[in-house]
Design a protein around this ligand. Sequence first.
Ligand SMILES: Cc1ncc(COP(=O)(O)O)c(C=O)c1O
Length: 397
Amino acid sequence: MFESLIARPTDAIIALMEMAKADTNPNKIDLGVGVYKTADGATPIMRAVKQAEGLYLTEEITKSYVSTIGNAEFRTSMLDLIFGTDYAPLTEGRIASAQATGGSGALRLGAELVMSSGKNPTVWVPTPTWANHTPLIGSVGLTIKQYPYYNSDTLGVDFDDMLACLKDEAKAGDVIVLHGCCHNPTGADLSKAQWDRLAPVLRDNELIPFVDLAYFGLGHGIEEDTYGLRLVGEICPEVLMAASCSKNFALYKERVGLVAAITTSPDQAKLVQSQFGALQRRLTSMPPDHGAALVARILGDAALRQVWTEELDEMRERMQTLRKSLSDALRVQGAEAMAAAILNQNGMFSTLPLSLEQTQALREKHSVYVMNSGRMNIAGANATNIPRLAEAILAVL
Ligand SMILES: Cc1ncc(COP(=O)(O)O)c(C=O)c1O
């Protein structure tokens, strides 16, 4: 049987990580992998997580199975965090949810739910989008199409083209994947005014938003980063959401995520909830509990929550400071647009307007590692190496 299989190429990001690791230049700058890093290049366990883990070690009394929809306290506290406790669909009992295996598992469960509806809608993703969206959602059997999103000339969102495509090409019942904040790979987000214009278009054309919330808290703050999701949830009858705790709780390997569906009634919510449970059961039976239990512990304890909030603020502010420094260092003739875009974009990523040859030259001549697409993770830089990074980018331009 196995002889009929073909070997798969190494994932581009893994290949880049390996190249950066093998580079012996002590001044190398690794802006590849999508994890948050401190100024000294580490991805530490958050203080709130460590403290919660200490408490949990003594409190945990069993490793017995939890549930196909996961940890109930986790789901409740995450829904409160994401939507706010007085959010109408939440207080009215119209939101179904399930803990998932990371944001990826949440996207997958959402896609499985769409497939189970039997309506076979097309799923639209932005151009470009996170590289795993199409494999994760498409392998369920759904057709994927792309809507215009990022304009590599203006280095901003192609909002008019995006709206035109959703109005004219998407069909009623189609599912529209939207990055809630900190768009991966470009960092270019919809402004509040753009969300305000987009939401009625989604409602009027009977499109179903599927908001990917992988970086909330890391753009401008929890409230600001969930603005678009909360808005579409108020005005569209049905909405899907996939949240991840990989980045904002730095729980990457613990695989913590939440899928949720805003529905039209508590009965619909119950029905969807039963689907989430059944879908998860047939995929992996249950999500892992450890990370979710820690998130529930942190969000449910005022002191721990305060520690976590402060750390999240520190992470976000560090990335904003790095963006400002890099933008200032790039503000020279010919690079002004790039400098302005880096400053305006949000979260960890920006896609530099570089060709394949230029990203190769960055690696080979300057030991600077960004993806071939030009995507860089700003958290991989620090105050000391920003001048060298800017010089290298300007040199290859
Ligand atoms: C846009 C986007 N969605 C979802 C995910 C999935 O995150 P997780 O690691 O929690 O599965 C990522 C991770 O990089 C992402 O960038």
